[in-house]
Ligand binder design. Structure first.
Ligand SMILES: [Fe+2]
Length: 238
């Protein structure tokens, strides 16, 4: 039987932020992942381009600290019954909480939830066969910072363990992050990577002790995003 599933990557202007639309053409269902305030039209345009499939889920990888989420807007717009989030979230609005290993079905596409805390406590990656939506856990050439709230020691250890989990995925798994471009000291040119490429070239993945990793995660990072505490609070309000 002819079957096609699509992961569409929407790079939002010069921000380097990335939203995704997961689309099953067989059942004409889709899901919106990590949408952002001010970039709603990018999502609408993509849904138009796909011929208006039904939107089954609005999904977040984590509570963003650098940009206001548009997930509440899309959840209301398409009446999806609550934003898909990790059960570790402190979000006060309508949401459906996931656990590690849960499966979300979008038409015939199976999306596996991987709880990967570290950047935030509530971080999920989402695995779609050989494609990983890695959120702000794993970037091209770097990982997501741990210094925006919470206990840095605890978060460094959580991220260290989450990365070990991602390393166990098949080497050819493609990695689709929530940011492309500049992250930490690295400027990525591509818009996706693979587990193999990251294990070969990503400094953060080469570190094999928690002590060294803590040092890496707490030294030499760029300034924190403006108003990051308020942005987190706004994104938790619903
Ligand atoms: Fe983030």
């Amino acid at each position: 039987m002819y079957k096609m599933s699509i992961l569409n990557q929407l790079i939002l202007g010069k921000t380097g932020c990335v939203s995704y639309v997961i689309y099953c053409s067989t059942k004409r269902e889709c899901a919106i992942v990590d949408s952002f305030d001010g970039f709603e039209e990018d999502i609408h345009e993509e849904i138009r381009r796909l011929g208006y499939p039904s939107v089954k889920y609005v999904i977040d990888t984590h509570t963003h600290a650098d940009r206001k989420s548009a997930s509440v807007y899309f959840d209301n717009e398409f009446k999806t019954g609550g934003i898909i989030k990790s059960d570790k979230t402190k979000f006060q609005g309508s949401c459906v909480k996931t656990k590690d290993g849960d499966i979300l079905n979008i038409g015939e596409i199976e999306v596996k939830v991987m709880h990967t805390p570290g950047h935030t406590y509530d971080h999920n990656c989402y695995l779609i066969k050989d494609k990983l939506l890695s959120g702000d856990c794993l970037f091209i050439g770097d990982v997501g910072r741990i210094d925006l709230g919470g206990d840095p020691h605890e978060k460094a250890e959580l991220l260290y363990k989450s990365l070990r989990k991602l390393e166990k995925l098949p080497q050819n798994t493609r990695v689709y992050p929530n940011h492309v471009g500049a992250a930490h000291a690295i400027d990525s040119e591509g818009s996706f990577s693979t587990i193999k490429a990251e294990m070969e070239s990503n400094e953060a993945l080469k570190i094999k002790t928690i002590e060294e990793f803590y040092q890496y995660m707490t030294e030499g990072w760029p300034p924190k995003p403006d108003n990051w505490q308020k942005i987190i609070q706004d994104n938790l309000t619903g």
